[in-house]
Structures are given as C-alpha cells and as structure tokens.
Design a protein around this ligand. Structure first.
Ligand SMILES: [Zn+2]
Length: 312
C-alpha cells in the first residue's frame, strides 16, 4: 500500500472515530501499515454527521443515492426501513449498500472509474454500457426472468394480503413460496392475478398485475406493481395511474361498480419509496409488515440479480 493510501485510510478511520479505532488505541494493537495506536486523536477533529453527509453528497457518483433520499417527494425513513428491521444478513446488507453507493465492479466501473483496459459493454446484452443502474434495472436480457421475478415477489405480498382479507384463503403464504392462481372467487368477490381483462372498448392497458371486483360493495381495485430505478419512481407512479384510467372506466361500467380505484405500488430497485407509500395501508388491506416485506423482496431481488450477473 502506498504512503498516500495509508494516510487517507488513517484519516478515514480516525475522523469517523469508529469502534475499531477505539479498540486498537485502547489495546495498543500496532500491527499493520496504518499504525493507528500512534495517531494523536486531538490532531484529528471528529467529523460531524452533517460534515460526513456533505462529503458523501458531494461525490458525483457515490453521492447519488443520498441525493435521491433527500429529494422532496421521497420518504427517507421508509426508504431505509429495511436497514432497521429486515433481518438481512450483514454481508448481504453491505452488498446492497455498495449497490446503492454504486461501488460495484461492473464493466463500466472498471473502465471509467478504475481506468482498466476493459470493454464497458454489458456482458449480457452487449448493447449498453454495463453500469450498476443498467444491471439493476435496464438490461433487456434480465427483464423477462430476473426483473420479472423480483417484480412478482413484491406483487405476491399484495396478492396474499388481499386473498386473506377478502376471505379467499385462510392464511397468507410467504411471497417466495406462493404461486397465485389467476382467479380466486367466492361470495361475490373476485381476485385476479396477471389476467387480461375483457372490455367493450379497446383500452391501452388491460392486463394489470392484480384486479379486485367486489360485487357486494360494488367496488373495484386495479393494482399495478413496479420496481423501477430510483430516478424513475415518481414518473412510474404517474404513468401507471394514467395508463389504467381507461380500464377503470370500462370495468366500472361492465360490473356496475360504484367506484374503482387505480393503485400503483412502486418501490425502487434500491427500496426507495415516495411519501405516499404509507397511504397504501389506507387503500389496500396492508400493514407496516407488508410494506417491509415488499421492500425486502425488492432489495434482496436486486442483490441477487447483481451477484448473479457479476459472476457470469
Ligand atoms: Zn445489458
């Protein structure tokens, strides 16, 4: 390790006052090139949380995620909930944080950040630059299977909650185990999964992820799930509402419903959600536990996709 790298690492450990430094200083563990016990902590003022955030925010690539978290319509608390309660293993948690900070050795990273002499074309589609964004949500080769599976896992949490709430099944199944039937029906309630809806007039989109037709209450729900990249969450919510409005009008007429609501359920590949996320608990029979499960399914799905792709 060169002297400059040593100096930078020493600064990093000492200025953040990690427990690691405290133990090393206390036990006088003088191993390694950093020689941390000999550092006089007085010379290194402790960085405040705000200073650390400012430094993180200022990094063009690695600070992008913090800038997303701090944007106006994003729910910062809920977007980072998985870190507090998901129970994901530490190693995987670290990997997901690296994906969020974009410090993953994709071909694009190797070429443009590490300045290595490698091609930056995606190893799968060979059409686009292999950035972490591309692997997480932009590769045409991953779309039909890997992205779909991640999307379906999030959707299954909603489907299971509805199936139980509408008394179509006794207990909810874990999302990674269940295979929702296309139609569940009982007592004037119909719950549809990934079904093409037949309408009198042709509509732009007629195959939402989940539809509920409740003839007892004369109410309906059109639910569509998406797991886009962080930057596309807001646009996706608006787009889904617009896209399914004509189908809502049609179904309302066909089934003589009093009202029908289009509900987009959108969480990013990194688990980012908007301020409206909590309101899903008002429109759908979801609890905070369901919201946490959906986020876990999204971020774990992303970690699996990145791991698998990089190992190819
Ligand atoms: Zn690709």
């Amino acid at each position: 390790m060169c002297a400059r790298q040593c100096e930078q690492l020493r600064h990093y450990f000492v200025q953040n006052r990690s427990e690691f430094v405290e133990v090393i200083q206390e036990k006088n563990l003088a191993f390694g090139a950093l020689d941390l016990p000999s550092v006089d902590l007085v010379e290194f003022p402790l960085m405040s949380l705000e200073d650390r955030k400012q430094e993180w925010r200022g990094k063009e690539l690695h600070g992008r995620f913090l800038r997303v978290l701090e944007s106006q319509n994003v729910d910062k608390e809920w977007s980072t909930e998985w870190l507090r309660t998901s129970g994901i293993f530490g190693e995987t948690e670290g990997f997901i944080l690296s994906i969020q900070d974009e410090v993953i050795s994709t071909r694009g990273y190797q070429r443009h950040v590490m300045h290595q002499d490698v091609s930056d074309w995606c190893r799968l589609c060979r059409v686009q630059n292999e950035s972490i964004q591309h692997v997480c949500g932009g590769c045409s080769v991953l779309a039909p299977r890997e992205y779909l599976e991640r999307h379906n896992n999030v959707a299954k949490v909603v489907h299971q909650a509805l199936a139980k709430n509408l008394k179509l099944q006794e207990e909810e199944q874990p999302y990674y185990r269940c295979k929702p039937p296309q139609v569940m029906e009982a007592g004037g309630v119909r719950l549809l999964w990934d079904s093409e809806m037949v309408t009198d007039r042709a509509v732009e989109a007629n195959r939402p992820d989940i539809v509920v037709i409740d003839q007892r209450k004369k109410e309906g729900l059109i639910i569509d799930i998406a797991v886009p990249l962080d930057a596309n969450v807001e646009r996706t919510v608006v787009e889904k509402k617009r896209k399914y409005q004509p189908l809502a009008v049609e179904l309302k007429e066909i089934y003589y419903l009093r009202k029908i609501t289009v509900v987009p359920v959108v969480i990013s590949t990194n688990g980012v959600v908007l301020q409206d996320w909590k309101k899903l608990m008002e429109t759908l029979p979801l609890t905070t536990n369901h919201l946490k499960l959906m986020q876990k399914a999204a971020v774990l799905g992303t970690a699996n996709i990145v791991r698998k792709t990089l190992s190819l």
